[in-house]
Design a protein around this ligand. Structure first.
Ligand SMILES: *Cc1c(COP(=O)(O)O)cnc(C)c1O
Length: 367
């Protein structure tokens, strides 16, 4: 029987019911395209949503990370803590400011920064600690912030995969000193192009970052601080994001309910599953760990189920950057075994069943 391939993510399905023409037309009619009312309104609404005082929208999530590091005053030769299993985004920002990544081991259960491993390097005085809430799972951020505060080191939360994740009523992006978001189309809150934001409660830092995103200007043509550039969210994308933001929580609920169905169906199989399906996980990616990943992926492909690997190469093993030899056992093991299954709002019950059948079929072959 010919069946259609189940995609890992579909922007078409997620966006299908939304009216984008009205907000787009409003911007077109305004003839104001950069840093106008839509951007201002989105920044206000997103800061409210996260529960922080300031939001500075920027061109993408990668530049959000870079500008946050610059805003925090990271200097060449500083070292910045990061994990090495999160797709190199943090590393790119660290290299962009001329600093050096200090890779710290992950917790094998949550696949996020391990507080104990952080504790072991804290006396070497890294300049900043980047915490990535990977796959939509909040890290053990409270303990990390406690360790960092005791050492006087700022924490930067990378929330590009965790919009709306919360614990004890506090949202991803409101725990640390500063946080970064991406609105790339596949993210839980995605634009129709690139977009990003930096959020913080620190007014001075907010004003520095808002200067950095526009040439370092304090006012027009007056470059007050170095390291600036052009990194702006445009009015059209802000207008789109304002339509989508009110739907984020219900989309996260529907991602989580798919993850819950998977976790229940896979409970007895020989693989590791997402550690939480509570509100501290927004199921940006549903990632399992299997021993024989290639065979597993091949079986799913036979069943017309898409998979992908987030991420196959640890940051310290990337050929473009020769990190001094580091050995991170749990990180490397994760890179060798993780595989992502389809999980997005609009995936039908029937499709979820088909994914479950494909996975079950693999294990019943006795592999
Ligand atoms: C997507 C992503 C980024 C980068 O965002 P862009 O908008 O694509 O630059 C940064 N960090 C993480 C964890 C991401 O998933």
């Amino acid at each position: 029987m010919a069946t259609t391939f189940i995609p890992l993510f579909s922007a078409k399905i997620v966006n299908s019911s939304l009216d984008f023409m009205t907000p787009l037309k409003k911007v077109l009619d305004s003839h104001w395209y950069i840093l106008g009312d839509e951007v201002k309104a989105f920044e206000y609404e997103f800061a409210q949503y996260v529960g922080v005082n300031h939001c500075i929208s920027v061109a993408n999530g990668s530049e959000a990370l870079e500008l946050a590091l610059r805003g925090l005053g990271v200097q060449p030769d500083d070292r910045v803590v990061a994990v090495a299993n999160a797709g190199f985004y943090g590393s790119t920002a660290i290299h962009a400011v001329g600093a050096t990544p200090l890779y710290v081991e992950i917790d094998p259960v949550t696949l996020t920064l391990c507080p104990k491993a952080l504790m072991a390097v804290i006396d070497t005085k890294p300049a900043v600690i980047i915490v990535t809430h990977l796959y939509g799972q909040l890290a053990n951020i409270e303990e990390i912030v406690r360790i960092a505060e005791a050492a006087g080191i700022p924490v930067l939360e990378d929330c590009a995969q965790s919009h709306g994740a919360r614990r004890n009523g506090k949202q991803a992006g409101s725990f640390g000193t500063v946080a970064c978001f991406s609105f790339y189309p596949t993210k839980n809150l995605g634009a129709l192009g690139d977009g990003g934001a930096v959020v913080t409660n620190d007014s001075e830092l907010a004003s520095k970052i808002s200067q950095l995103r526009q040439y370092g200007w304090s006012e027009k043509y007056q470059v007050t601080i170095p390291g600036g550039r052009n990194s702006r969210l445009d009015e059209l994308q802000a207008a789109i994001l304002r339509i989508k933001l009110p739907l984020l929580d219900q989309w996260n609920d529907s991602r989580r309910s798919i993850a819950k169905r998977y976790n229940e169906a896979f409970a007895k199989l020989d693989m590791l599953l997402p550690s939480s399906i509570d509100v501290d996980y927004v199921a940006h990616l549903y990632v399992v760990r299997v021993k024989n990943r290639a065979a597993f992926a091949a079986t799913l492909k036979e069943h017309c189920v898409s998979t992908d690997i987030h991420y196959p190469i640890a940051d310290h093993d990337q050929p473009g950057y020769k990190a001094e030899s580091v050995s991170l056992k749990e990180t490397e093991l994760a890179c060798q075994t993780v595989i992502s299954l389809p999980c997005f709002p609009g995936l039908t019950d029937n499709e979820v069943s088909r994914v479950i059948e494909a996975v079950t079929a693999y294990f019943s072959k006795g592999e």
